[in-house]
Design a protein around this ligand. Structure first.
Ligand code: GLC
Length: 770
């Protein structure tokens, strides 16, 4: 039986790929492939788009965010010139009745294998690690005993700039294409780039790049004019390009721009042919050498480049490998959560449900936790990058765009605190306190050490407290959707108060360890105590913590409210931050289990808002139980693993993991859950939704890095405490143990945990250097 076999596919035995055997998955099941510059999404039907550096400002190909039809992509077609039948090498857009089909999403590549009318094809799409392009390796094999006379046609639509492009008729007039016979390439430029570039030159400036489509084999004909390819009012089913005539070889400007190549392919019985295609872009001034080099490598060594991609991911992921009795945990921890966090969240920053491109101040900082166990210097680099988006007074940009470097300063109150949060996690893991002495410029001029950056963030949040000493929420806390609660800076956030409490306790410790001044140490220790007292005095109502108060003083998240009676974050973080003692933690987690637990996750709050409440914010405007409106918000739900562990409720940790683990959710009922089994969903819809239990907003979710770190640190219990690697597992009953190999401070260790012949909670643990 294949590994974790589900209705639509399974994991390969080496855990590193997911094989889809039935393409009619309940929603597109995609891959997000990126090397940090070039990126693409690709679904099992062949849908998707490509970008360079920024999926919104620097989109290369067109796409339509249609999750239902999923019929917008870069496609390859074959036509049998004798039978005149045509088909696509991917299920869309022609939906052929394949004799066989499989789509393998791997780490860094996706491969389609089909058979139709005795012609077997393989199309492998990947992004080389070091080149700003994607490559497609296509093999066509005649598996029949008759000679076959085929035509191969490729197709993609050019965007070359800012997405969404609702002004297609306007924008098409700026794109120019030309054919370069020497390199079998169509080169495309755009004389207008509407990105908000520095100096406000966006509406009188050319796109900085040239894009190109190339092949290792000269096309027999090509086409850049979409109307000529399709014919007016036609679609792929009846496109003129498939009439049997050659393409018109039109390039230039003034038409709806595509790139299409066509080849006559004659195959004797058993014969096969491989073609390589590439789509890339380079800055204009890098074209001369860059283009030649890219062509050279791509055309001569595409197999080698693919192998490099596979080796890269294997090498990154295998710095921490677990072997537990749960294969679903193994695949997610060993490969897929790392891949999701790195390839999609940190490098690509885009997917199907959200076309992004920007860096979120809190988002990518949290994502960079993934590197703590793999390559902590990358976490450090992320911390330094984010510190550079802070002002002297501690405030930060909520997000900023690479390329345009434009960002938005925020009145959201928690963003800035994720900087110290991550810096503390980094020094805890590495003991490299020298990060605090690194100097980083402020956005508004001048510079400060990372210690000063962290301190100013903490001080700012400490200043922003209500008269009764609770943290003010401003235009939202971690929950972006609570943006109506406190814009007048009167409303309070209880979650933020908990978060702040944990951070100042840690900061006091850091000040001591890093030999900072006595007065600092005293000051922060004192503030922590004051805050703790204020939280218990004012925020605990009935049996749990409320979540916030609004500018007008309304309490949110209390039992007497009609909607949003109990919120998860205000309970979990009371435990995680150390604010609640053990007895109090038991009571809080009991309430969480009683009100918020579902078999498909843990709700962010309940009941969902059915009435729009301006004074709460846009979360009340979502459909009930969708996204932040009272469904499962995976990112927050995963904090339950940590809270259960910290409350000492050992077996509840795995129980929470099971409720949140994508392959388990999918295999329980793939048609209900709908999302991919190999990546986390941003949210799973809750009880008031028509689609209760449906996973959505997959891939582009901060939940990947958190599920990874919560599982390793609090379920398997392998974490750093006081500078030492410790093993304090919280295993479910029935698990005899597990093994883990991991790199820690440059050395590789094997950790063995076993409890055979021991009573339930006693483990034999061994840490050996290997
Ligand atoms: C989105 C945002 C993240 C925020 C979360 C909850 O995932 O990217 O920053 O914390 O929603 O609102």
């Amino acid at each position: 039986m294949p590994l974790l076999q589900g209705k639509y596919g399974y994991f390969s035995d080496d855990q590193m790929s997911y094989v889809i055997t039935d393409w009619r998955t309940p929603k597109p099941w995609i891959n997000v492939i990126s090397n940090g510059r070039w990126g693409l999404t690709l679904s099992q039907t062949g849908g998707g788009y490509s970008w360079l550096t920024h999926a919104m400002l620097n989109r290369i190909t067109r796409w339509n965010q249609d999750i239902i039809q999923d019929d917008y992509g870069k496609y390859v077609f074959l036509r049998d010139n004798d039978s005149k039948r045509k088909w696509s090498l991917t299920p869309q857009p022609l939906q052929p009745e394949y004799e066989s089909f499989c789509c393998t999403h791997g780490l860094g590549y996706t491969r389609f294998e089909t058979a139709y009318q005795g012609i077997k094809t393989t199309q492998c799409v990947f992004v080389p690690r070091e080149l700003d392009c994607e490559l497609w390796r296509i093999t066509i094999e005649n598996a029949t005993d008759k000679p076959r006379n085929l035509t191969l046609t490729t197709y993609l639509e050019l965007l070359l700039g800012v997405f969404p492009d609702w002004h297609r008729e306007f924008n098409k007039t700026f794109i120019r294409t030309s054919y370069d016979a020497g390199s079998n390439a169509i080169v495309a430029e755009n004389t207008l780039w509407t990105a908000p570039l520095p100096g406000n030159a966006g509406w009188n400036k050319s796109w900085d790049y040239k894009a190109f489509f190339f092949s290792d084999q000269r096309p027999d004909s090509y086409e850049c004019d979409r109307e000529r390819f399709m014919g007016q009012y036609n679609g792929f089913q009846n496109a003129k390009a498939f009439s049997g005539d050659k393409l018109s070889n039109r390039t230039g400007t003034g038409f709806d721009p595509i790139i299409s190549y066509q080849y006559e392919i004659k195959l004797a019985p058993g014969e096969s042919r491989t073609l390589v295609f590439g789509l890339g872009a380079l800055k204009k001034d890098a074209m001369e050498n860059g283009f030649k080099d890219m062509l050279n490598q791509a055309v001569k060594n595409s197999e080698g480049l693919l192998q490099q991609v596979k080796d890269y991911w294997k090498n990154v992921c295998e710095r921490l490998i677990v072997n537990t009795p749960d294969p679903a945990l193994n695949v997610m921890i060993n490969y897929w959560l790392k891949y999701q966090a790195i390839s999609c969240r940190l490098q690509g920053r885009s997917a199907y449900y959200q076309c992004g491109g920007a860096f979120g101040f809190r988002d990518q900082l949290q994502d960079s936790q993934i590197f703590l166990t793999l390559d902590p210097e990358k976490t450090r680099a992320q911390i330094l990058m984010h510190a550079g988006h802070q002002q002297k007074d501690g405030t930060v940009q909520h997000w900023w765009h690479p390329i345009s470097e434009e960002g938005r300063l925020t009145e959201i109150s928690d963003d800035l605190l994720w900087l110290p949060f991550l810096a503390f996690k980094y020094v805890n893991e590495t003991q490299k306190f020298d990060i605090f002495d690194e100097t980083v410029p402020y956005l508004d001029g001048g510079s400060g050490t990372v210690f000063e950056h962290c301190k100013s963030a903490i001080d700012k949040v400490l200043q922003r407290r209500s008269e009764r000493g609770l943290a003010l929420i401003g235009e939202g806390d971690w929950n972006d959707g609570m943006n109506g609660v406190g814009p007048a800076w009167k409303g309070e956030s209880i979650w933020l108060s908990h978060f702040l409490y944990g951070i100042i306790v840690d900061f006091t410790f850091i000040c001591k360890t890093a030999g900072r001044s006595e007065s600092d140490i005293k000051h922060y220790a004192h503030e922590a105590e004051r805050l703790k007292t204020a939280i218990w005095e004012h925020a605990f109502v009935g049996d749990w913590f409320m979540i916030a108060t609004t500018d007008s003083g309304e309490r949110l998240g209390c039992a007497d409210a009609a909607e949003g009676k109990i919120h998860l974050n205000a309970q979990t973080w009371a435990v995680i931050s150390g604010l609640a003692d053990n007895a109090q933690s038991q009571k809080l987690m009991d309430q969480v289990e009683k009100h918020l637990y579902k078999d498909y996750g843990v709700l962010l709050f309940t009941p969902a808002y059915k009435t729009v409440r301006k004074e709460i914010g846009y979360l009340t405007r979502y459909a009930p139980a969708v996204r932040e409106n009272g469904g499962v918000y995976s990112h927050a739900a995963e904090w339950v693993l940590i809270a259960q562990a910290m409350a000492g409720r050992k077996t509840k940790v795995y129980d929470a993991f099971v409720r949140l683990c994508p392959p388990l959710l999918s295999n329980a009922d793939a048609d209900r859950y709908k999302g991919e089994p190999y990546v986390t969903a941003g949210n799973v819809e809750g009880p008031e939704s028509l689609h209760e239990g449906q996973g959505a907003w997959t891939w582009y979710s901060g939940s990947a890095a958190w599920l990874y770190s919560a599982t390793i640190e609090y379920l398997l219990g392998v974490r750093v405490e006081n500078g030492e690697l410790v093993v304090k597992p919280n295993l479910p009953d029935g698990w005899p143990g597990f093994t883990m190999t991991r790199v820690f401070r440059g050395k590789k260790y094997k950790i063995t945990v076993s409890r055979e012949n021991l009573s339930k909670d006693q483990y034999l643990t061994k840490i050996e250097e290997i």
